[in-house]
Design a protein around this ligand. Sequence first.
Ligand SMILES: Cc1ncc(COP(=O)(O)O)c(C=O)c1O
Length: 418
Amino acid sequence: MSQPKRVVRVVEKFDLLKLVQDGIDEIDIDDSFFVTDVGDVIKKFILWKELFPRIDPDYAIKSNNLSFVANTLAALGTGFDCASHGEMKQVLGMGVDPDKIVFAQTVKPVHNIKMAKDKNVSKMTFDNEYELLKVKEHYPNADLLLRLAFLPKSSNKIQFGAKFGCSLETGKYLLKKASELNVNVRGVAFHIGLGCEDDGIYTKAIEDSAEIFRIGTALGHKMDFLDIGGGFPGHETESVKEVAKTINTAIDMHFSAPNIKIVSEPGQFFATHCMTLIVNVHSKAIKLNEEGEEVPNYYITDGIYQSFSMKGSGGKNPTPLTIKTLRDTSKMSLKKSVIWGRTCDPNDQVESEILLPELKCGDWLVLENFGSYRITTSSSFNGFLQHPSFNYIERDVWETFKDMKLPNIDIDYDVIEN
Ligand SMILES: Cc1ncc(COP(=O)(O)O)c(C=O)c1O
């Protein structure tokens, strides 16, 4: 199979369906592939700077670690949120300054802490006393960020509070404990959850962070770093524009001092929209449902062990599943259908009830907004390999990028201009 890996082609216009058809023509087997718009990542960076002038993005590389996203962002000068030894290794390998990395994992194996010390990645989050003792023993000069937990009111979010972060009260206790141990707490981190919206939670989180700053400073901690986490959707930016106003207002009110560095850890915001997944309907069967109705069942070249794993693990798809069939479906009637993944696991079901036109074996489905938490969560279960990607950048975006790009960062892909 041709694997156009690490090649980005310059196009005048990113015409998705045309480029999907080109990919189908170019790929020599009927298996899944991605079409990536590298320019979308660059446009998102420019938008971020407009929306959040005071907040530097530290890209959450867990959402997508391909060079088209990660190295592009590094070349634009973003920092990084790393949550493991492997992520730190990748980011440092791109030439990113260790000072631009937050080790954003509150609970860390000792060998990860030692690696951070060896490589001078000093900023790391914590939320409990045991972690404080561990850091005191293995990296006493680390710059700790106290992670606070907040529970958003809306239930459609993946909530982090049960696993990570502590309450304001526990936070105050940990600040005291850290000063007794002579370990510096440099600031506060929080993450509201996947899928931000303005329900007052950001204002509360920034207010509580300011309270921690006041108490920490009084205890002698040198506090100058606020990390407002991720959770900003990438497939539609209207809600981000709304929530940006709230966040900027709260920051102006509570963190106006210019010496305070403010960062965020967006993942989806940069990675979701740039990649489109194309899957093949390799098989089909008509089955009777419980009501005795005939339901088309389709089997696709993907599934919950690959690009649909967020759903498989009980999480919610962070982006809407939009399916185009590359045929004019406007006059076709829609039928309740089932979509199965391709592994032997009977739980590998992608959709239990979805309205689709009648498909045939060999049809292609196009799923937009498949860039985040797809590749990094995908496994090789049943021997399936990572999908190849056809990558493009619009000429004017490429020209803009060339002007903005930092010289010391290797983008790790070749750009073909004609
Ligand atoms: C600590 C932390 N920061 C940032 C992110 C990125 O979140 P998102 O992709 O919603 O922006 C995550 C996601 O799991 C996370 O756990």
